[in-house]
Design a protein around this ligand. Structure first.
Ligand SMILES: Cc1ncc(COP(=O)(O)O)c(C=O)c1O
Length: 450
């Protein structure tokens, strides 16, 4: 046994170091102590895509990896399963699930969607069976619908998410229209897929209200894609009331890549027919157990979940304190950018969590998805700013109400994130880069010579 380990319950585990309290508003210290692996000089204001993992969690992950490598058989037969159950129990408490068997750990939201859609696809039998979802559902999830559901003969109704958006009621009204359309011609809505926080454009959706409407309207099953939710908004799965709910822990909950939880409501009649797409020894033993062994691989991202709780509790207010601070800061930074560029926010502050959309000056000439991609690459390569850009095509039916800037229609937006490692200077760097590009007309020139 090494000096850094102790024997507990017949197993060698890392000795617990004394944990110092951390300040939520000291990014310089956090960057030096927990995020020194981040590329220096790059303004990372895109936590939403790939999240972040502090050094203390990376260290805990390595300890798990070494425990496996030290005595793999002992790890497999005695250590893995009980510790995965501990991680699931932590998630169960965080999301207020009623039973541990409702919580499975999987790699990511894409895997969870495959599990749900594979099961739903088997239930499609009629031509008029329909799936309802937002037009901006995550592209990989749309592909999964194509693979598992459309191929089984279903039709898909896409509900246009109003954007820019001013209130929950605008989203609720559009969603109701989508359901009515799906039910016209005697169609049966077998599945509704509702994002809790859409990816692009990013908006916090009134998910509880939409699930309630689905119940009223007799929708068979409801799947909430909440890839961005855990660690950025409080989650109560019983209150939300969906059949399935997935969230990535690597985005806003400091887990290493890659781990997500999939909640399957126990009272849902299909919970016993859900299977992991990778079939292994545990097939038929229930989704949580199937998912806990899908062949030999690295399970350490799932095993560090209890350590993440220790990490977030080193901050005043724990994860709630972190969520509140990220929200407050992202709104403040969004307003600062909009003011400097003479533009506006894409949603009111209460319709965002730790990411917010900010309109870009129209002089940037973002007039296609390719333009948005070029601008994003230009910001990375020339200015060392990492931030996603979104092209919003003008709505031809509603020209009068289109968002405008002093030089013309607004068709480009950016999605900024705030996480504990971000400094205000990251956003100033972005602000100044855009102002400089507008001044020099760099992007319009760059785009016109493509
Ligand atoms: C809304 C939404 N759903 C699903 C996903 C897919 O997540 P993953 O790549 O972890 O499977 C993402 C990723 O950003 C997302 O934003």
């Amino acid at each position: 046994m090494g000096e850094k380990e102790e024997l507990r319950n017949g197993d060698y585990v890392a000795k617990k170091p004394k944990l110092l309290k951390l300040s939520i508003s000291d990014p310089e210290y956090l960057l030096a102590s927990e995020f020194s692996h981040h590329e220096p000089g790059t303004a990372r204001i895109n936590n939403g895509s790939f999240g972040c993992c502090p050094e203390s969690i990376i260290a805990a992950q390595r300890t798990w990896q070494l425990r496996f490598l030290k005595q793999p058989d002992h790890f497999y037969f005695s250590t893995l399963r009980p510790n995965l159950s501990k991680s699931r129990a932590v998630v169960k408490t965080l999301i207020n699930a009623s039973d541990l068997d409702e919580v499975s750990l999987v790699d990511n939201a894409t895997t969870a969607a495959a599990i749900v859609l594979q099961q739903v696809g088997r239930r499609f039998s009629q031509i008029n069976d329909t799936v309802v979802m937002f037009h901006c559902a995550f592209p990989a999830i749309k592909k999964s619908i194509q693979a598992y559901v459309t191929r089984a003969g279903a039709s898909v109704i896409e509900v246009r998410l109003p954007f820019p958006v001013n209130s929950d009621s605008e989203i609720i009204a559009e969603f109701r229209k989508g359901l009515s359309k799906a039910k016209s011609n005697g169609g049966k809505v077998r599945l509704a897929i509702i994002d809790h926080i859409t990816s692009m454009p990013s908006v916090l959706v009134p998910v509880r209200e939409l699930v309630e409407i689905c119940r009223e309207q007799g929708v068979d099953q409801v799947f909430v894609d909440a890839a961005h939710a855990i660690g950025s908004v409080p989650i109560d799965v019983q209150e939300i009331g969906a059949d399935f709910y997935v969230s990535n822990l690597y985005k806003w909950f400091f887990a290493p890549p890659s781990v997500a939880f999939l909640y399957c409501r126990k009272s849902n009649s299909s919970s016993s027919t859900m299977h992991h797409p990778v079939v292994s020894h545990e097939y038929g033993n229930g989704l949580p157990i199937e998912s806990s062994w899908i062949g030999t691989r690295d399970y350490s991202p799932q095993l560090v979940i209890p350590t993440i709780i220790e990490f977030v509790n080193r901050f005043e207010g724990g994860i709630e304190g972190i969520m509140a601070r990220n929200h407050e800061q992202v709104v403040k930074m969004g307003k600062m950018l909009a003011e400097s560029w003479g533009t506006s926010l894409g949603s009111p502050p209460e319709m965002c969590a730790s990411m917010i959309m900010v309109a870009l000056p129209s002089k940037l000439c973002v007039t296609s998805d390719d333009d948005a991609f070029s601008l994003r690459s230009h910001l990375r390569e020339k200015y060392k700013v990492e931030v996603p850009i979104y092209y919003r095509p003008p709505n031809e039916d509603d020209g009068e109400n289109e968002p405008r800037h002093k030089d013309g229609l607004i068709t480009g937006y950016t999605r900024i994130s705030h996480q504990i490692y971000n400094k205000v200077e990251d956003y100033y760097k972005f602000r100044d880069a855009i102002n400089q590009i507008v001044e020099n007309q760099q992007v319009c020139k760059m785009l016109s010579t493509k």
